[in-house]
Design a protein around this ligand. Structure first.
Ligand SMILES: Nc1ncnc2c1ncn2[C@@H]1O[C@H](COP(=O)(O)OP(=O)(O)OP(=O)(O)O)[C@@H](O)[C@H]1O
Ligand SMILES: [Mg+2]
Length: 250
């Protein structure tokens, strides 16, 4: 579903991604963990074209987004193709990013109406079904400010799903939440995993990574230091840096 090869990205003189390569298969759930500043968010944002890469190759579901030869700067495909590829992916952010002036239901139907040109009436039943799926049918007409953080994040997940993405990217979806609200969001994500949604999740929830992810990727200093099946990754990390990180986390 996702093939990223040799991704390099700098901000000014700061090299943030130094040759990151990752493959993600259909239905796979991959957790990315690593210390602050290691480039996790930047990597997700590059996949989703919220940032442009300097070098490397990104292919999403067989369609090339960006590619580069040798040391040359990466070349992007045209805008129409970029938008088409972008619609294959949904993203959920730490800070929810809901529209405060729109109700929960309006937040969910906004993109399908504006981006896909669907009729409001046509999309409302589906939006309601998505709200029920994330356990928030009763909040249909509430405004985001009247929701808890966990509820906001579940609305954000429903909103991403409303665009029918093939891949969901999550950037620390629970790190702005109180611990007691984290569980309800993780439960929704676990259900998506059980339905074989393809997901790439930056998280510091080691329990979630261990139980839900098929594979865990550890990033540090703009590199993937180590990756492996969740079980063996946690039971027997190979690299010293991974061991030190996990010791601090657990
Ligand atoms: N738009 C930007 N301009 C300049 N520097 C940036 C920008 N975005 C990120 N960086 C820098 O890139 C580095 C990696 O940032 P990134 O947000 O990818 O890390 P992270 O692994 O997601 O960290 P965290 O766990 O704190 O979210 C950091 O040093 C950060 O300051
Ligand atoms: Mg981050």
């Amino acid at each position: 579903m996702i093939s990223a090869q040799g991704i390099h990205k700098s901000f000014g003189h700061v090299s943030v991604l130094r040759g990151v390569s990752l493959e993600l298969a259909r239905g796979e759930v991959v957790a990315i963990i690593g210390p602050s500043g290691s480039g996790k968010s930047t990597f997700l944002r590059c996949l989703n074209h919220l940032e442009t890469i300097d070098r490397g190759n990104i292919t999403i579901e067989g369609e090339v987004l960006a590619s580069s030869e040798g040391e040359a700067k990466a070349q992007y495909v045209g805008d129409a193709e970029i938008r088409k590829i972008g619609r294959k992916m949904g993203m959920v952010f730490q800070s929810f990013n809901l529209f405060p002036h729109l109700t929960v239901l309006e937040n969910i139907i906004e993109a399908p109406v504006i981006v896909k040109g669907l009729k409001r009436e046509a999309i409302i039943p589906k939006a309601e079904a998505l709200l029920a799926k994330v356990g928030l049918a009763a909040k249909r007409d509430a405004y985001p400010n009247h929701l808890s953080g966990g509820q906001k994040q579940r609305v954000a997940i429903a909103r991403a799903l409303a665009m029918e993405p093939d891949i969901l990217l999550f950037d620390e979806p629970t790190s702005a939440l109180d611990p007691e609200l984290t569980g309800e969001v993780l439960r929704t994500m676990r259900e998506l995993a059980e339905e074989h949604m393809t997901m790439l999740v930056v998280t510091h929830e080691m329990g979630f990574a261990r139980e839900v992810a098929n594979r865990v990727v550890f990033m540090d200093g703009g590199h993937i230091v180590e990756q492996g099946p969740a079980e063996s990754f946690f039971a027997a990390p190979q690299q010293e840096r991974t061991k030190a990180f996990l010791q601090n986390m657990l």
